[in-house]
Design a protein around this ligand. Structure first.
Ligand code: AMP
Ligand code: GLY
Length: 426
């Protein structure tokens, strides 16, 4: 099978690493990829929003299967583009269509879907700019803290948890007067604050059937002790020790099953991953958000824990014929620590030479923001490397990842020193 995988992050390197091990994989292309994915297949300098170039590549290279890593091409309708094209319509592509991708690209769409299917989530109300006065009244009457969300995609920056009505009113002004999020702010979702610990749960679906993947905990803030700005994710642990069998049973019954049933009942063309961003409120799971793709850096701990050959299972899902109902999983813990460029998630420098990668033997290094030239491997992004290790305990896996990080360097490299610490006592 010839495969095209779209994306360039640590998530895509982890997917490429896993499917590259499959005996069914003949040729693997990653577009645009990074210095790490070069080890797994061929990188192709395609732009993810240029569907016509992707089409030419797919046809010229006899691609049999397309896997979409990030959300943007899905939200832009790449699956619809394939389905509506005479030459592409029979080529399986993994991901929901544009309508289904609204589960991630519109928070209001996701909330309405949850409401229709009785899926536990925070209480909310949605307002448009013409309803600003009502939104302000709603804010003033609401208990604190109050959660304010721009409806559309905002690269993780569209959500603010406000401890005062003034802050929340200011958010409304930023969205509707200053147009801080452009069209992503056309609607604002205002919701109840839920207090608890978050985790990421994943299912692969063909729109009717599903299989659950290993779960993970993501460390989103830049600083130790969950302080400072939000990032794309500074590290992950899988499995999540507080997500025991009883909790996961409740996740499956109250969240996963009604979500997949809802997709089916509403005839939504959804063949791909569903990422359930959950919060455990006193033992009961609630949905904070849906994403229509795998998580990054969750994939970097989830995929190495999967024992089965994932490629035929992904292919079944993309073909609308998912037969697999459970996955064989390595029992070990996986801990991922992300090395980032100094300054990230604010301004940072690129083009720093990365040293010491070859000294790491006991961990897997997935690349994110890297590129290779004749002089070596250089940084090109905020998140640069994902260092992943396995161990019988979180502590053992964590130590391996930090040992590996001590061997690697680039100018102004930064990473969190406490990934997994909060989970050591479960
Ligand atoms: P979202 O983009 O909707 O996932 O929100 C980003 C982050 O904001 C989440 O990962 C949570 O940490 C936090 N958050 C969002 N909604 C709520 C809520 N209703 N209660 C508490 N925290 C929330
Ligand atoms: N790590 C969170 C995400 O991928 O959205």
């Amino acid at each position: 099978m010839n495969i095209l995988l779209l994306g360039s992050g640590g998530r895509e390197h982890a997917i490429a690493w896993k499917i590259g091990q499959s005996p069914l994989c003949d040729a693997l292309y990653i577009a645009p990829g990074n210095a790490g994915t070069l080890e797994e297949g061929g990188n192709e300098a395609l732009k993810l929003n240029d569907f016509n170039s992707i089409k030419s590549f797919v046809i010229e290279n006899n691609i049999h299967f397309v896997i979409v890593g990030p959300e943007d091409p899905l939200a832009l309708g790449i699956v619809d583009f394939f389905k509506n094209d005479l030459l592409l319509k029979n080529i399986p592509i993994l991901g929901p269509d544009q309508y289904g991708a609204q589960l991630e690209s519109s928070k209001d769409f996701a909330k309405q879907f949850m409401l229709r299917h009785n899926i536990p989530t925070a209480q909310y109300q949605t307002f448009t700019q013409s309803e600003k006065t009502q939104a302000e009244d709603y804010v003033r009457k609401h208990t604190l803290p109050i959660v304010m969300k721009a409806d559309g995609l905002a690269a993780g920056k569209g959500v603010v948890i406000c401890n005062s009505a003034e802050e929340a009113l200011q958010f409304l002004n930023e969205v509707w007067e200053d147009q801080k999020f452009g069209v992503s702010g056309n609607k604002v979702v205002i919701e109840q604050f839920l207090s608890g610990i978050e985790l990421s749960v994943f299912a692969l679906t063909d729109g009717k059937n599903y299989v659950i993947l290993p779960n993970a905990k993501d460390y989103k803030r830049i600083g130790e002790g969950d302080q400072g700005l939000n990032t794309g994710g500074m590290g992950t642990v899988s499995p999540v020790p507080f997500a025991d069998a009883k909790f996961m049973q409740s996740v499956e019954e109250t969240i996963i099953k009604p979500t997949i049933q809802g997709l089916q009942d509403e005839n939504i063309n959804y063949k791909g991953f569903v990422f359930f961003g959950l919060i455990n409120v006193d033992g009961s799971p609630y949905v904070i958000e849906y994403n229509v793709r795998m998580g990054d850096p969750e994939t970097e701990v989830v995929f190495p824990r999967i024992k089965d050959d994932i490629l035929p299972i992904l292919f079944e899902a993309a073909n609308g014929n998912l037969k697999t109902t459970s996955l064989a999983v390595h029992p070990e813990y996986a801990v991922c620590v992300i090395a980032v460029s100094g300054g990230y998630p604010e301004a940072y420098e690129k083009g720093k030479k990365i040293q010491g990668l070859e000294k790491v033997k006991d961990s897997i290094i997935f690349h994110a923001g890297t590129e290779e030239n004749e002089n070596g491997i250089y940084t090109t992004g905020g998140r640069v490397l994902a260092i992943v290790s396995m161990g019988d305990t979180i502590k053992a896996a964590q130590e391996k990842s930090y040992d590996a990080l001590h061997k690697i360097s680039f100018e102004k490299m930064n990473y969190r020193k406490d990934i997994g610490n909060d989970l050591l006592n479960y």
